[in-house]
Design a protein around this ligand. Structure first.
Ligand SMILES: [Ca+2]
Length: 419
């Protein structure tokens, strides 16, 4: 009898707990914003609904895997609506099986008519601004006069700002425009963004402001296990107090991370291409460890002030290392000179991290990669795919299991590969 009473008490007290976290589901195909959102069968459809819903600490908003959300749905990307609390963040993530769900800041443009000479004009009026146009996923070039439309993948706002032109017939089927950041948070705290592919951010026709993830004056924002690609400007700009950016893949962004928050962690990221890898513009306290910086065209790391800086266990790779690190106005062309100047970058190295197939976008490590077991122990438990860290952490977003189990590695990867 005592047991029954105890169980009854527990049931009542659980039910009475006012702030039980809620999991909201999104389904871009069968969801409906008039649904409750609280089960896969009653999922929401668009960020328009998510953005106007007040969330409580520990609530989750989960996007269905294998689907694309964002601007093509009601022209809306994710705008964080609410704050979590310490230890109880609001989480944006994924549910279901298959590829990583996509938050895409671009939307398709249709309704083209030929103007002759491989120039096409929209028949529909465009009343809003467009900041970037993608032709089959390739960033187009904006020109300022119609006469300047002379090579493929150029575009223009017609002088009255109501039309867009482009230059080849083949492209008209795959033209997408961006006019917004993919995710933004303004003065919202304790937020976690995980397991999403975040792409095609653009705003303000300004590469310094066009961002996939824009964190404005927000405290304790975590961005983890995401693929962040093809931003017109930066992949991430984060300001406020403490950001935690770890175990992400960056590729095809114009620039990568601009860390304006007062402090943060930049751990275990694989940063491919772009002009800059990691930049800070003011005096900040960031730790930059266990990252792969690969083929940035300007700097791997750039501080415009002689700012405090903790770094170790990074791998830097480029065909030339001239002026690849900069602090204030001083450029460094060897890792050794950068180490001497900063007193940082213990256990860092230069060289090819030996990806499985970088050209095909496969940034796992081959079994003889110098990144394997080269990382610092930063308390991370899992890699990008959810695989447990094995022994000493590897550098970058992927943990590699020993060669003797390479067949299992392939099997596991195929099962878990999500983008
Ligand atoms: Ca390892």
């Amino acid at each position: 009898m005592k047991q029954i009473i105890l169980i009854a008490f527990l049931l009542i007290s659980t039910a009475a707990y006012a702030t039980d976290p809620v999991i909201y589901y999104m389904d871009a195909v069968s969801g409906n914003d008039n649904n409750a959102g609280t089960s896969p069968e009653t999922a929401w459809e668009t960020f328009a609904k998510v953005n106007r819903t007040a969330l409580n600490p520990d609530d989750h908003v989960l996007l269905r895997r294998g689907q694309r959300f964002g601007s093509n749905q009601r022209d809306t990307c994710l705008v964080v609506s609410s704050s979590g609390t310490a230890g109880h963040p609001i989480v944006y993530g994924a549910w279901g099986t298959g590829d990583m769900p996509v938050d895409d800041a671009s939307r398709q443009i249709t309704g083209w008519e030929s103007q002759g000479g491989n120039i096409y004009k929209r028949t529909k009026t465009v009343t809003d601004s467009t900041y970037a146009i993608w032709f089959g996923g390739v960033l187009g070039t904006r020109v300022m006069t119609v006469d300047a439309l002379d090579v493929n993948r150029e575009w223009i706002h017609w002088p009255d700002s109501t039309k867009v032109y482009l230059t080849t017939a083949a492209d008209t089927a795959s033209v997408w425009k961006s006019k917004t950041n993919a995710i933004s948070s303004t003065s919202k705290n304790y937020i976690t963004i995980q397991n999403l592919k975040i792409t095609h951010g653009a705003s303000n026709n300004n590469t310094a402001l066009s961002v996939n993830i824009k964190i404005n004056t927000s405290t304790n924002v975590t961005i983890t296990c995401c693929v962040i690609d093809s931003s017109y400007g930066y992949a991430i700009i984060t300001s406020g107090i403490f950001s935690n950016i770890r175990s992400n893949i960056f590729y095809a962004n114009n620039r990568n991370t601009n860390a304006q928050a007062d402090s943060g962690y930049f751990y275990n990221n694989t940063v491919i291409g772009g002009t800059e890898g990691f930049t800070q513009s003011n005096v900040k306290n960031w730790a930059v460890k266990n990252n792969i910086f690969y083929s940035q065209t300007s700097e791997f790391i750039k501080f415009s002030q002689a700012t405090p800086y903790l770094a170790s266990n990074n791998i830097f790779y480029a065909t030339s290392y001239t002026n690849k690190w900069v602090r204030k106005t001083t450029y460094f062309s060897t890792l050794a000179s950068w180490q001497d100047s900063t007193g940082q970058e213990a256990n860092s190295l230069t060289g090819d991290p030996l990806f499985v197939n970088a050209a095909a976008g496969d940034y796992r490590l081959t079994s003889n990669s110098p990144a394997i077991n080269r990382g610092a122990n930063l308390g991370l438990l899992q890699d990008l795919t959810g695989r447990s860290i094995i022994g000493t952490p590897d550098i970058g977003a992927y943990e590699t299991i020993p060669e003797i189990n390479s067949w299992l590695n392939s099997f596991y990867y195929e099962k878990k590969r999500s983008w």
